[in-house]
Write a protein that binds this ligand. Structure first.
Ligand code: HEM
Length: 199
């Protein structure tokens, strides 16, 4: 048993763990962006029929993928020596200074994602009203992941890093504004009519 464990540790240590931590963080963030954007597009009724079914499945799948990859991102920090993290720091964050707070936001995002995804699977038991209330935490999860990535990340100030955060943050901002505007009934009805005419 010990030999297998040592072999596993050797393999993991021979990997470029620091680069993996960063790329898993970015991948989890981009997946979280996709699941949030698709979730915000669905109630706007811009897509219907089979396309809507595909978007719904993609929305659920990218949420679970984001959680899994973010978990690996956190777990690898316990192995890598660039920025040593204990398992307690990964799962029970402290926020006594700015640096720690920037990491803690990632941990809180992980818990929020877990709550949102589990509650979706348990929606028939929880009921639509409670599920909807819990699902609102997904907005918070995206905002926390955005701030965590921008603040804690090594790659934030690269051209491509800035482009990723600016475009994803910008799209979610526009979708949020659309949601607020479409809450107004007359506008909602005219969009519905326009989509129906198009189909
Ligand atoms: C267990 C929870 C988490 C911990 C302990 C954690 C910790 C960290 C740390 C220490 C960094 C700095 C790495 C660097 O200097 O580049 C980082 C970066 C990052 N994290 Fe997390 N994180 C967690 C969860 C998350 C989640 C849930 C997401 C998104 C869904 C996320 C997305 C990112 C991104 C985008 C970066 C920037 C990567 C880069 O600039 O290369 N993290 N995280």
């Amino acid at each position: 048993m010990n030999t297998i464990f040592n072999m596993f540790t050797d393999i993991v240590l021979s990997l470029p763990t620091w680069e993996l931590i960063r790329s898993f963080g970015l991948t989890a963030y981009i997946l979280l962006f996709f699941t949030t954007a698709m979730g915000m597009l669905l109630p706007l009724n811009l897509v219907t029929g089979p396309t809507k079914a595909v978007v719904t499945i993609a929305h659920q799948l990218s949420g679970w993928l984001a959680l899994t990859i973010a978990l690996v991102h956190g777990l690898l920090l316990m192995i890598d020596r660039t920025m040593p993290f204990s398992w307690t720091a990964v799962f029970f964050p402290s926020w006594t200074n700015g640096r720690e707070l920037s990491y803690a936001l990632g941990v809180v995002t992980l818990y929020l994602l877990l709550i949102v995804l589990l509650s979706s699977d348990l929606a028939p038991v929880l009921g639509k009203k409670l599920w909807k209330k819990i699902h609102f935490f997904s907005y918070l999860a995206f905002v926390f992941a955005f701030v965590h990535g921008v603040w804690a990340g090594t790659d934030t100030l690269t051209t491509w890093g800035t482009a990723i955060y600016a475009s994803t943050g910008g799209i979610i901002f526009v979708l949020t504004v659309l949601h607020v505007l479409l809450r107004r009934k007359p506008l909602q009805q005219s969009v519905k009519r326009a989509v129906q005419q198009k189909n």
